[in-house]
Write a protein that binds this ligand. Structure first.
Ligand SMILES: CCCCCCCC/C=C\CCCCCCCCCCCCCCCC(=O)SCCNC(=O)CCNC(=O)[C@H](O)C(C)(C)COP(=O)(O)OP(=O)(O)OC[C@H]1O[C@@H](n2cnc3c(N)ncnc32)[C@H](O)[C@@H]1OP(=O)(O)O
Ligand SMILES: Cc1cc2nc3c(=O)[nH]c(=O)nc-3n(C[C@H](O)[C@H](O)[C@H](O)COP(=O)(O)OP(=O)(O)OC[C@H]3O[C@@H](n4cnc5c(N)ncnc54)[C@H](O)[C@@H]3O)c2cc1C
Length: 670
């Protein structure tokens, strides 16, 4: 036991940088670090937030436990008079999916983004004080991705000055909204607006669905939970629901009227803001999901890295620091490093691109407030594309971390199965990842077509202004060290991205209609979108390194991580880089050499690099990822806690095992 504990201490002593300074870089600022650290400890030390028994709870128990925690969170927020920032950290570290995620993450943002000032004044105080609990009811049984295909109707009745909300078909039933099944009292419902016999497409409406007195559904409302979801624990603590309306009436002023409105006379009037603002809540949440992807991946990487340093298999016996013979730490196998270290680098890369995306979103909101809508298309493309890229990579990465932990990774007590089950739907919710990449490719094709008109590309597409150079340039790498030059890396990624996009644009012209071309070439368009989004992540990592980074050795570690992130992408997408001529086969081989040498450089720092995430054992929820590395005794302890071990002879023995054994024994004697 002692030896294992010593192992992580020894690993920590090998670090070549200041972990405390790296914690600040990871958190984003000294202030963010201090607040998050304080709240993380507060949550970890409060028995009310215990979560180690989640995997063995039944669905009903799990749901009730999530309700209890959500109420307790609210109580603590008020008792401690927490600021909005502190309250968000508290919800984050409690780490239990419940209705509050949708209430604060989508219902409130939808009201802020799509309601008029007057409507906000009425509804936001109610929502902010939890006098009502809201959900975001967009997806239907028949349509999720295709928002324009939604079927729920909101028909204006001029006589009573009301909208009639109705579900005309089974497929128009709302399906999936979080917190809807059993909790929400209100919903922002997306429905087709019909007035004067004309269909004006999908708009948002605020609809009360349950009584505030007895919680029963209001007349005309049929509502319930859609059933168990993938994995134990995970998303089963939340009540994703279905909802059907039978001619439910709401006052006209409960249409969200910032983008357009209906007058008392039933006239449809558009405002001067773009229709797409109706989708504003999705842009907001996609940006948060990118931050969440870095968190989910970093949790898995932290577990797999610490465990890989504790776990020993094979190898010539080495002497440990006490002179004892020991086997090889699995983290020292080059295959383990080549699977794990790029994931560690990705966690950092996604953290920084998430930080940048938050800035982009804040900037967008400031511009929208000043009636400047010019950056909306780029913000949509960036949030959609990066949500897709980071969630797919994080979901795959978490699964890889579980395999990196061998058999023990498959145990619930490793924390990895639940982490995976809870995160993998991020590839689907808030926009299916392929559908979102097709949105990015549409934006890229539009940008390329505008190059011919002389329009200067801006922001993340600014590189496209250099199309002529990037189409014909040759990578200058001659020796492995050349791959450490950020401008060489950047140009290789820019060349690959633009060459894939330009090839798509050229191929599109070969089809009879753009629609046909988009459909036939969609796999290529998705690859071009991925290349563009990876370029964004690479360039934001490089930009981060150009900032003033304090702390002993911190910048050097980040440089190594950045190199690993970029070179591993080249290795993984070699086909693209070679087929577009962005690099040569010889340069690809030098990139692999450099990548291997970066792994060796990083090796002694990896435990400290995951410590810099500053996750408490409570938040990690993993025996394998414990800070003290005391894995085996704790695994044994956890095994004893399983309800199956409550009795020596199991329930069912007398009914099913004993008679079977007796029968077989008798048969053998005959
Ligand atoms: C110490 C530690 C420190 C660490 C610090 C870390 C910090 C921690 C921070 C955060 C942690 C976070 C923790 C929180 C965790 C969050 C977890 C969340 C939990 C669960 C949440 C689950 C929520 C799920 C909710 C939902 O799923 S709601 C439903 C979402 N539905 C969709 O997304 C549907 C997808 N479909 C669409 O979006 C659209 O239909 C479509 C695909 C875009 C197509 O639409 P349509 O046909 O109308 O459009 P087009 O014709 O294609 O386009 C028309 C033009 O409009 C443009 N467009 C489209 N969409 C938008 C948009 N959203 N905004 C702007 N513009 C848009 C489009 O580009 C077209 O433009 P054009 O110029 O080409 O015409
Ligand atoms: C855990 C979870 C929570 C959710 N919470 C909410 C919520 O709170 N509120 C809410 O309104 N919704 C919610 N949703 C619904 C979610 O937003 C949708 O599931 C999502 O938008 C995907 O839509 P879909 O299910 O219709 O997938 P589909 O569009 O049916 O996708 C099925 C397949 O078709 C492919 N596909 C679809 N269209 C195209 C295309 N044009 N080109 C190429 N391929 C295509 C997709 O790539 C995918 O492989 C939630 C979903 C989940 C899983």
């Amino acid at each position: 036991m002692e030896r294992i504990m010593d192992h992580l201490a020894h690993e920590r002593s090998k670090a070549q940088f200041s972990v405390e300074e790296m914690k600040i870089i990871w958190a984003g600022s000294l202030h963010a670090f201090q607040v998050s650290d304080r709240i993380a400890r507060l949550v970890a030390s409060d028995p009310g937030f215990r979560k180690d028994n989640r995997a063995v709870l039944s669905r009903k128990e799990l749901f009730k436990s999530a309700l209890r925690k959500a109420a307790y969170v609210w109580k603590r927020i008020n008792e401690l008079a927490l600021s909005e920032e502190e309250a968000s950290w508290l919800r984050f570290y409690v780490d239990e999916l419940a209705y509050a995620y949708i209430h604060w993450g989508m219902f409130v943002p939808a009201i802020k983004g799509s309601a008029t000032e007057e409507q906000q004044q009425k509804w936001l105080p109610l929502a902010n004080n939890m006098q009502i609990i809201g959900t975001y009811a967009q997806t239907e049984l028949g349509h999720g991705s295709n928002v324009r295909g939604l079927e729920t109707t909101a028909t204006f009745d001029q006589e009573t000055d009301e909208f009639i909300i109705h579900s005309p078909t089974l497929t128009s039933s709302k399906w999936w909204p979080g917190g809807l099944g059993k909790v929400a009292t209100h919903a922002v419902v997306y429905a087709r607006l019909i007035t004067d016999g004309q269909d004006y497409g999908v708009h948002g409406f605020l609809v009360q669905i349950r009584s505030l007195d007895d919680h029963f559904p209001l007349p005309g409302v049929t509502v319930g939970d859609i059933g168990m979801k993938f994995g134990s624990g995970a998303f089963n603590s939340i009540d994703n629901g279905f909802l059907r309306f039978n001619h439910v009436r709401i006052p006209r002023n409960q249409m969200l009227m910032k983008v357009s409105r209906v007058t008392r006379q039933g006239k449809y009037v558009e405002s001067n803001v773009p229709k797409q603002l109706l989708y504003g809540a999705m842009v907001y949440v996609r940006q948060i999901i990118v931050a969440d992807a870095s968190i989910a991946l970093s949790r898995a990487v932290c577990i797999a890295t610490r465990y890989s340093a504790v776990r020993r298999q094979f190898g010539p016996p080495h002497e440990d620091e006490n002179g004892k013979g020991v086997e090889t730490q699995v983290i020292d196998y080059k295959t383990q490093q080549s699977r794990l270290f790029p994931l560690l680098a990705s966690a950092y890369a996604f953290r920084f691109v998430g930080e940048w995306l938050k800035w982009l979103y804040t900037d967008l909101i400031q511009k929208l407030e000043a009636n400047d809508f010019s950056t909306l298309p780029e913000a949509h493309a960036c949030t959609a594309g990066l949500k897709s890229l980071t969630t797919s990579a994080a979901a795959d990465g978490i699964k890889e971390c579980w395999k990196l932990c061998g058999g023990h990774g498959y145990l619930s007590s490793s924390g990895l199965p639940e982490l995976y089950a809870a995160f993998v739907p991020a590839c689907t919710y808030e926009g299916d990842n392929i559908v979102l990449l097709l949105q990015v490719s549409r934006f890229l094709m539009k940008t390329i077509s505008q190059l011919q008109t002389g329009k200067k590309p801006i922001g993340t597409t600014a590189y496209m202004a250099h199309v002529e150079h990037l189409i014909q340039c040759r990578c200058t790498v001659q020796k492995a060290e050349d791959w450490l030059n950020p401008s060489v890396i950047l140009e290789a990624f820019e060349a690959r991205a633009i060459r894939l996009s330009v090839a798509c644009a050229e191929n599109l012209t070969k089809f009879a209609t753009p629609l046909q071309g988009f459909s036939e070439l969609s796999p290529d368009l998705v690859e071009a979108a991925v290349a563009h989004c990876q370029l964004i992540v690479v360039s934001k990592f490089i930009e981060k390194l150009q900032q003033n980074i304090e702390g002993n050795g911190v910048k050097q570690q980040l440089e190594t991580l950045c190199n690993i992130y970029c070179l591993n992408l080249i290795h993984k997408h070699l086909g693209d880089f070679l087929s577009t001529g962005s690099i040569s086969p010889k340069q690809a081989s030098l990139a692999s050499d450099q990548l291997r040498s970066r792994y060796s450089k990083l090796r002694s720092n990896v435990i400290a690099l995951v410590d810099a995430f500053n996750y408490t054992d409570h938040f990690l929820g993993s025996v394998l990822g414990r800070y003290d590395g005391n894995v085996y005794p704790k695994l044994y302890e956890e095994a004893w806690k399983d309800p199956l071990n409550d009795s020596i002879v199991p329930d069912g023995y007398h009914e099913y095992i004993q008679p079977l054994l007796k029968q077989q024994l008798q048969n053998a004697r005959l």
